[in-house]
Ligand binder design. Structure first.
Ligand code: B16
Ligand code: MG
Length: 225
């Protein structure tokens, strides 16, 4: 029976919760540029999507498709990111989601290689703020990828960083599109959140506090048979 050879993690919603900061920054940008107030429901749609895809989703929500040039969209996205970067300056290790620091340390003690598969260009900075740079030293550069989640590219790139064959790699995700990406890469998927939304995952924990290594290992072994 094949053993687990590595773990790859989405960041936002798995390691830490930056959705509230993205929401604040997008809310200001949407108000200032399109005169609309984005709701928490709209923010849900942005989770795991790239910055430009998020902007396009907001423009669609504001019914202003086709009104903005690429240069204008770039300016809006850059301003949003500057606001976001100001907000995340205040992040500390206290912002690591419950149980995840212990879980990452446990995996490290067991000598599993770890990598981060986040759509965020800010992931390396956030990992530093969380004091996780020693554990999470391998981070995919999303700028090198052709296709975002739900394509498998980012998870394959993360597994490649740690030389872990896809079929024995465990991927963690909180977003439906992310779980689809992990499955498309042929990996075992751990979902964090609503079991109905994340029904394509191989095992789902309702929150990071519930994540359990032995349960993952057992479920992986049953899946590999
Ligand atoms: P940035 P993940 C994603 O991170 C966020 O969930 C998503 O809301 C954000 O738009 C995206 O990163 C890009 O982030 O603007 O910082 O490059 O969930 O893939 O870790
Ligand atoms: Mg996420």
């Amino acid at each position: 029976m094949a053993d687990i050879t590595g773990f790859v993690f989405d960041m936002d919603g798995v390691i830490t919760d930056t959705a509230k900061y993205h929401y604040l920054a997008w809310k200001e940008a949407a108000q200032a540029n399109f005169g609309v107030t984005i709701t928490p429901a709209v923010n849900e749609l942005l989770k795991g999507r790239s910055r430009m895809d998020s902007l396009d989703a907001i423009i669609t929500f504001a019914h202003q498709e086709g009104k903005y040039s690429q240069a204008e969209k770039q300016r809006i996205a850059t301003e949003k990111n500057q606001r976001y970067q100001t907000l995340i300056q205040s992040m500390t290790p206290a912002d690591i989601l419950p149980g995840m620091a212990d879980f990452l340390n446990l995996l490290d003690q067991k000598h599993y290689p770890l990598a981060v598969a986040s759509a965020s260009f800010n992931a390396p900075f956030i990992i530093q703020q969380l004091h996780l740079q020693a554990l999470l030293a391998k981070v995919v550069d999303p700028g090198t990828l052709k296709h975002g989640k739900p394509a498998p590219d980012i998870f394959e790139a993360a597994a490649d960083l740690i030389s872990s064959p896809y079929a024995s790699t465990i991927g963690f995700e909180d977003a439906e599109a992310g779980v689809k990406g992990i499955k498309a890469a042929g990996m075992f998927a751990v979902g964090i959140g609503d079991a109905e939304i994340l029904h394509e995952a191989d095992i789902v924990f309702s929150s990071t506090a519930e994540v359990d290594f032995d349960r993952i290992k057992k479920a992986f072994e049953a899946w590999r048979q």
